[in-house]
Write a protein of this length. Structure first.
Length: 201
């Protein structure tokens, strides 16, 4: 809720100064929102996927607590970092399930198929993570848009607010990022091409 925003920022800054009681007080303010965002990040999962929203939030928060040298700026900064951490949790979960490496016999997938995170396609998520790491090295801003909107479960409006850009620019960056990811995964697929088409919207 909007009235909680100053309180969250104050607690984050106190946590940055080493106040662990502030960290503990922060949890009730952000837990439900993180869980909502985790459900959004998992909304494309098939029913019965072994990693559920509550487990994703718990693991992500444990990793956030371990960010000892990070200086929290405000609520948007917190959720931006949380989005990246949730992505890391999902990718680590996929790797732990023994996913095969890209290029070792997996059928070619369309970008939209890769963006649908299913428990049956952990290798697709790992391929997407590789592509996003490459995009980050070339255009960190567009990579953050994908992290926030796709992995962090933020709406396009929330993504724009978190990055302090207009809604229109956020939508354009999302579309351009999807197009770039499609081309990258097309070049990297085992068959030298990907099935289907990409929707850049």
């Amino acid at each position: 809720m909007d009235q909680d925003l100053p309180r969250i920022t104050d607690l984050l800054r106190a946590w940055s100064r080493g106040d662990t009681t502030a960290r503990d007080k922060l949890i009730p303010f952000v837990y439900n929102d993180l869980r909502r965002r985790a459900r959004a990040a998992l909304r494309r999962e098939r029913a019965g996927h072994s990693l559920q929203a509550t487990a994703l939030v718990h693991e992500a928060f444990l990793r956030l607590v371990g960010q000892k040298s990070l200086e929290w700026q405000d609520r948007d900064h917190f959720y931006a970092v949380a989005a990246r951490v949730m992505r890391q949790v999902l990718v680590d979960h996929a790797r732990a399930r023994g996913a095969v490496k890209r290029g070792s016999g997996e059928e070619a997938l369309s970008l939209d198929s890769v963006l649908v995170l299913t428990g049956e396609r952990p290798a697709a998520l790992i391929a997407l993570d590789d592509a996003l790491n490459e995009l980050e090295s070339l255009d960190p801003h567009k990579s953050r848009v994908v992290d926030l909107h796709f992995f962090g479960g933020l709406s396009m409006e929330e993504t724009a607010d978190a990055l302090a850009i207009s809604h229109g620019k956020a939508k354009r960056d999302w579309s351009l990022a999807r197009a770039w990811l499609f081309r990258y995964l097309q070049r990297s697929s085992p068959s030298g091409g990907m099935s289907g088409t990409s929707k850049h919207g």
